[in-house]
Every structure is written in C-alpha cells, then in structure tokens.
Unconditional design. Structure first.
Ligand code: FE2
Length: 434
C-alpha cells in the first residue's frame, strides 16, 4: 500500500504516461503502469508533474510592504533603496514575521517550495534577521528557506555593516551577501567583494552577491568576484545576482569575462521581472533592456537560474510568487523563443536553481523526498505559456495545496460549452512545413 500514487504524469524530461508512487514521504517508484493500492490517488491525466519551483533570489524582509510608507515615484533601484531606508526604522518583529508567513502561504499555493532570501543586515537591531530566522524555523516543514546576510547600504558605505553581517552569520544566516556597485567607489566595491569572499572562505559558507545591478558598463565587480572565487578556492559556491551591467558592456570585454565566470563556476541569477522595470531608467531612446546576457551565459556552460527578487515592495509593485511568470518574462526579454531555449527557461526555475542554492535531494527520482507539483499543462513550454495553474502541490508525499483547474464556460451558438486553456494544442504543422 503506497501513501500516494500519481497516475499518468508527463515529466519535464519528456517522459509521458508515468506513474509516481510515494511511501514514507519519498518517491518509491517512477514507471509506467504501477500496480498497487494507495491511500490517495492523484490523476495527473497527461499533465506535467514537475519538481517544485525554486526562487533563488528574493527579499522576504521587504515583501508585501508596498506603499509603506509611500510608493516609489521614479521606479528606480536607488529610490527603492532610499524608500526601504525610510521603512526600516519603523519595522517591528511581529510585522516582518507576519508579512513573511503570508508570503509563504502564497508561495506554497504556487508550488514554490524553496526560497533563498536576502535579509538586510544594515540595522544594529538585526530585527529582520531575527524575524526571518524565526520564519525559517516556522515554515521548514513546507518551505526550504535559505537566508543571505545582505549589507543593503554597503559593507563599507554603511557604518557597522561588517560587524552586523558577522553577527547575522553567528546567529545562523546561511550565505554571505554583498552589493559592491553601491559602495562609494569602484575600489571600495572591489575591496568589499574581496572581504566578503574571505569571510565566506573562513566560515565555509556560500556567497551570493548583488553584483553590478546597474546600467554602467564600467561596473565590473563580477570580474573581481570571479577572481576572488578562484583565489580562495570557492568554485561552485559563488553566485552573482543580477549582473545587469553585462547588458551594456563592450562585447570584446565580455568575450574575456564569460570564460572566466565559467572557469570559476559562478552561478548567474538574473531577475527578469525587476530588471526589465528598473534598468534603462536613465535612457531616453533607444532604451536598454538591462537584463544580463542569459543565452550567452548558458552557451558557455554557466549555470543560470532565475529569481523573482521582489513581490509588492519598494522596488516592485507587482509579483505573485509565480516562478512561471519569471520564466515567461525571461523568455521575452532575452528572446529565448526557440523550443530548446524555453525549456532552458523552465530548467532555470527548477533544476538550475537547485544547483545554485545547493539543494540536495531535489528532483523526481527514487529515494528522494516526494516534493512535486501537478500543473494544468502538458509540458514545460505550455507551463510557461499559460503560467499554468498548480493543480496539486506535494511536499514529503502530502498534498499541501490544491487549486481547481482553470475552465471557462462559454455561451456561444454552435461552439463548445467549456474550454480548458491547456487543451489548446497548436494545430499540427503539415509535413515539410517550415
Ligand atoms: Fe535583490
């Protein structure tokens, strides 16, 4: 007797007609036509069953604070940082915990079960750090929450930031963060990268830095991050988030930089929703898109995952904990419209993100924790196209969220009475058609 049996699933790797059996919270068998009773049966009926979505870059201390104390009028990163600075002294522990827990509810409903969140350490009280450590514990049964010690106002630019960052790490924050492009000078930015990587090496921690989130092509802190990674032997443990200046860099320089990033095994984490809105704000026309060079990074073998970054906060007034929306935006901004590129975008919010944040035991494989999501779509491309409904979200073999399928009732003469968006397969192309 299985605890759970998912019938007739499609998997992201293209397998179809697969049954998935779960016992004791783990995948027990993945094969066509599994016989046996189960306490609960989920009929996937040819829909896609994917490992859960992962958000490798988020700010949970700020989420759901939109409009408090006011809205971002310019829509720029710098006004967002200033606005967060106005809100910070007014934060209370209870309010940060409550907003984060509410966000986690939404995340679960969207099949988003692993989140790496930066947490601002430029506050002598470390109020947000304590609040999110509490949240990490409260949600651990259903969300893997990793925290990054993030000196939002600059490691050197903000008095006491290094001391507070060390205190946050002592309290159990998981990852070392940074923001070199916000330091006062290029030299101090580079020095901050060096210092933060040394702290990570001394403590045996990963690094995930906001790096070059600017349209300034001279912002080259990714070069220093890459060099420090190699110097300190941190290959595979370092992520560069945003990397938007790469959009504006000279092509010749990038042709040298990308192989160095590959050599250092840097994880690149673009955030397409926020970067398409924040970048290019100082341009008239032509107006730059400002997202980093995703197809070129992928072509060089660099692990690219996609983050949401913000949801209803001083930087971004939209968002819905929907990683398919993130992938959808990436497909458009990076012009990743080939079938293969769209599949890569799906990987970027699932398996690539798992690698970036060092998640062990991720994926629908025998013996691994039974974490998966049944989507109202048949394959990864359709999932992105539809930002598909999460019919069932499963954690350790338990269904923890369900949403009814999106169906419309039509009242039209001589037309179907109902339509399911996921039944709209493209018309078969004629043989030999382009
Ligand atoms: Fe961020």
């Amino acid at each position: 007797m299985f605890d759970l049996l998912i019938k007739d699933a499609n998997l992201p790797d293209g397998r179809s007609g697969v049954d998935i059996a779960v016992s004791n919270g783990r995948f027990e068998a993945i094969a066509p036509g599994i016989d046996g009773e189960a306490l609960r049966v989920v009929e996937a009926a040819g829909r896609l069953v994917t490992p859960p979505f992962i958000d490798p870059h988020f700010h949970m201390d700020a989420t759901l604070s939109l409009g408090n104390p006011r809205l971002n009028r310019s829509g720029t990163l710098l006004e967002g940082i200033a606005l967060w600075g106005e809100l910070k002294p007014q934060l209370t522990h209870e309010a940060v915990v409550e907003r984060a827990l509410r966000y986690c509810d939404l995340a679960v409903s969207q099949g988003l079960l692993s989140i790496r969140s930066h947490v601002d350490v430029c506050d002598d009280r470390l109020l947000a750090v304590d609040a999110l450590l509490e949240v990490r514990e409260k949600v651990k049964a259903y969300i893997d929450l990793q925290l990054v010690a993030f000196p939002q106002d600059g490691l050197f630019r903000s008095a006491g930031a290094e001391k507070n960052l060390m205190r946050a790490l002592d309290k159990g924050v998981d990852v070392v963060g940074g923001i070199p492009h916000f330091e006062r000078t290029m030299q101090e930015g580079a020095a901050s990268v060096q210092r933060l990587c040394e702290i990570a090496a001394e403590r045996g921690l990963p690094v995930d830095m906001h790096c070059d989130e600017t349209d300034d092509p001279q912002s080259r802190h990714i070069e220093t991050l890459t060099a420090e990674t190699v110097r300190l032997g941190l290959q595979g443990r370092v992520a560069g988030s945003h990397l938007t200046s790469m959009h504006s860099m000279d092509n010749y320089y990038v042709s040298k930089l990308i192989p160095l990033m590959a050599e250092a095994q840097i994880h690149a984490i673009p955030n397409p929703l926020i970067n398409i809105t924040l970048q290019g704000r100082h341009d008239t026309y032509p107006k730059r898109r400002g997202m980093t060079r995703v197809p070129e990074l992928l072509a060089a073998g660099i692990n690219v995952s996609l983050g949401q970054d913000c949801c209803m906060d001083p930087w971004y007034s939209l968002g819905n904990a929907d990683m398919l929306e993130v992938a959808h935006m990436a497909v458009h901004v990076a012009q990743m419209t080939s079938v293969n590129a769209m599949k890569q975008a799906f990987d970027a919010i699932t398996v690539n993100s798992a690698r970036a944040i060092g998640l062990d035991d991720y994926g629908i494989e025998k013996g691994r924790p039974a974490n998966c999501v049944v989507l109202q779509a048949r394959d990864p491309v359709e999932a992105i196209r539809l930002r598909a409904t999460r019919l069932a979200v499963i954690r350790n073999g338990e269904v923890i969220a369900e949403t009814g399928p999106r169906m419309a009732t039509l009242s039209l003469p001589d037309r179907p009475g109902t339509i399911d968006a996921a039944d709209y397969a493209p018309v078969e192309a004629a043989p030999g058609a382009p």
